[in-house]
Design a protein. Structure first.
Length: 298
C-alpha cells in the first residue's frame, strides 16, 4: 500500500510539472497565489482605496439624456489577446447615450498583463463628441498573482461610488465594492452601511451595486474565492434590501444568472474572455425603470 501511495504521489507531481511546463513562460503564474491570495487582504485593500477617495472624492458624471446606457462587462482575462475587449471598447465609445462603462473584474488572467489591457484600451480612438469613463473593480485574478499594486496604480481605488446625473437633475447611484477574495471584510461592510444610510437622504432615482463575486454559490470551482460565507451573503442581502438597492451586477462564474430576491435583481454577467464560448456583455438602460439585455460580442 505504501508503495502504491508513493507511486500515486509521484504521478501527481509529474502531471503537475507537465501542466506548469505546458503553460509556458507567457503564463507568468504565481502558483501560491492560485491557492491563497498573495495580495494584501481585504481590509488593507479597502484602506488603500480610502486613501485615494479621501484625497480625490467621488465623481459625478453627466448623462446625455434622461434614458442613458451603461455598458457592463466582466472576466475578460486578458493575456496577449484582446479581441473582445477591443470590440467592447469600440462599441461603448460610439454610443452617444453612454456616459460610462463598468468592468466587473478578472480584467487580466495572470501576472503582468495589465500593460496589454491598457495598450488595447488606448489603441481604440476616443470619441471627442462624448465623455469616456471606464469604472473597474478587481477580481480574484487581478489580485491572485501579486497584481494589486498594478491594479491600484492604474485604477486608483476599488471601493467607491459614482453618480450619474440626468439633464433634469435625477441622479443614479452606483456603488462599487471589492470582493476579489470572496469576502467584503469588516471595514468595507461598515463603509457600505454608512454609504447606504447616506444614500437614504439623497433621493436617488436608482441604486445599483457592482462587484466581482456573485452571491449564490453554484460549486467550489473558484477555490478560496468561491463565494461569500452564508452569513455574509445574508448580511449583504438584508443591507441592500433595507436601503433600496435595485440591482447587483457581478461576474466571476463565467455563466449568466439572473436571480430576484428581496426586491433586488442579482445578475451574473457572462464571461467576455477570448476563447470562451457564448461571450456576452450587458447593455443597461437607466430611465424611469432599469432594463437590460445581453449582447453577443462576436
Amino acid at each position: 500500500m505504501k508503495k502504491n501511495i508513493q507511486i500515486y504521489l509521484g504521478s501527481l507531481l509529474s502531471v503537475f510539472s507537465i501542466i506548469l511546463t505546458a503553460c509556458g513562460p507567457d503564463a507568468r503564474l504565481d502558483m501560491a497565489g492560485m491557492f491563497a491570495g498573495s495580495s494584501p487582504k481585504i481590509d488593507d485593500r479597502f484602506t488603500e482605496s480610502q486613501v485615494y477617495n479621501n484625497q480625490h472624492g467621488f465623481c459625478t458624471l453627466q448623462a446625455p439624456a434622461e434614458d442613458y446606457h451603461v455598458y457592463v462587462c466582466t472576466d475578460t482575462h486578458i493575456t496577449k489577446t484582446q479581441k473582445r475587449w477591443i470590440n467592447f471598447i469600440e462599441t461603448y465609445r460610439q454610443d452617444m447615450l453612454c456616459p460610462v462603462a463598468v468592468h466587473l473584474g478578472d480584467i487580466i488572467d495572470a501576472q503582468n498583463h495589465f500593460d496589454e489591457m491598457y495598450s488595447a484600451y488606448q489603441s481604440v480612438p476616443m470619441n471627442p463628441a462624448k465623455s469616456d469613463t471606464l469604472m473597474a473593480i478587481a477580481g480574484n485574478h487581478d489580485i491572485y498573482f501579486k497584481q494589486w499594486p498594478q491594479f491600484i496604480e492604474l485604477f486608483k481605488t476599488c471601493t467607491y461610488y459614482f453618480i450619474v446625473r440626468t439633464p433634469s437633475g435625477a441622479q443614479d447611484l452606483f456603488i462599487c465594492y471589492d470582493s476579489a477574495d470572496g469576502t467584503v471584510g469588516s471595514k468595507q461592510l461598515q463603509w457600505l452601511t454608512q454609504t447606504l444610510q447616506w444614500a437614504d437622504t439623497q433621493g436617488f432615482r436608482h441604486i445599483v451595486a457592482c462587484t466581482h463575486t456573485h452571491f449564490f454559490k453554484r460549486d467550489y470551482s473558484q477555490g478560496h474565492t468561491s463565494n461569500y460565507t452564508t452569513e455574509e451573503t445574508f448580511a449583504l442581502l438584508n443591507l441592500f434590501a433595507k436601503h433600496g438597492v435595485e440591482m447587483l451586477w457581478s461576474g466571476h462564474d463565467h455563466a449568466r444568472e439572473v436571480t430576484k430576491v428581496k426586491g433586488m435583481t442579482c445578475i451574473v454577467v457572462d464571461s467576455m474572455k477570448d476563447g470562451d464560448k457564448n461571450p456576452f456583455y450587458m447593455l443597461v438602460t437607466m430611465g424611469k425603470s432599469i432594463s437590460y439585455e445581453f449582447i453577443p460580442v462576436d
